[in-house]
Design a protein around this ligand. Structure first.
Ligand code: ZN
Ligand code: ZN
Length: 220
């Protein structure tokens, strides 16, 4: 089994997170998500491509190869378990768990990771509601908020992991209490397409954000 460097693991996680939401992911898009050290990102991308885990087209569109998918799934699993551990056990604030998990990735040893697995053994999703690979899958009956039925009581099932690469967006969601499990109703509005009622308040949501929020209809 080949071993990836810390930057390669972070790049692979971010690429897989973006590919879950966007049909097309370019190198530029990925770089915008990982602004820390550009030279590391380029070295990591070169390493991943030399090991044929990713491919890029002439238009700089990135894709995962079949082997790349397997590695990415492992990387996403570790990331989401680490988020769960940081949130539940360490008490890191919700808006920071994603960033802290990425920062911790290079430091994780196998014995530490085994403790993380043990201490999060009941968790099936990360603190943003995204399924932990190997423990759960996306709910089959979820909708993006963009297509949520009007007037029906829904529950926010998850916030796409790619939203976590935008700290300001996470802050806004937190501020508006738009967190997993929150009950909400999409209501008709003469001016805006996506208006929801949450905790007796109305919120107008833009299309981009609405497409990153997933809901399931409450059946009771
Ligand atoms: Zn994350
Ligand atoms: Zn997450």
């Amino acid at each position: 089994m080949m071993r990836l460097s810390a930057s390669e693991t972070v790049c692979l996680t971010a690429l897989a997170d973006l590919m879950e939401e966007y049909n097309v992911v370019t190198t530029e898009h990925l770089i915008r998500c990982l602004p820390d050290d550009l030279s590391h990102v380029f070295t990591a991308l070169r390493g991943l491509s030399q090991r044929t885990l990713i491919q890029s087209t002439a238009q700089d569109i990135l894709t995962l190869t079949e082997t790349g998918h397997c590695f990415a799934r492992q990387a996403q699993r570790q990331h989401r378990l680490l988020e769960r551990f940081l949130f539940d056990v360490v008490g890191v604030p919700w808006t920071l768990v994603h960033r802290e998990a990425l920062r911790l990735t290079p430091m994780i040893s196998q014995p530490f990771y085994e403790r993380v697995i043990e201490l999060t053994r009941h968790a099936t999703v990360c603190p943003h509601g995204n399924p932990i690979p190997g423990r759960s899958d996306r709910p089959a009956d979820e909708y993006p908020l963009t297509t949520a039925p009007l007037g029906q009581r829904c529950r926010l099932s998850r916030i796409a992991e790619c939203a976590c690469y935008e700290p300001h967006l996470l802050q806004r969601l937190w501020h508006n209490e738009l967190l997993p499990d929150r009950a909400l109703v999409r209501v008709p509005d003469p001016l805006y397409q996506w208006v929801i009622r949450v905790n007796q308040r109305s919120l107008v949501i833009g299309q981009r954000v609405a497409s990153m929020l997933y809901v399931v209809v409450d059946r009771e």
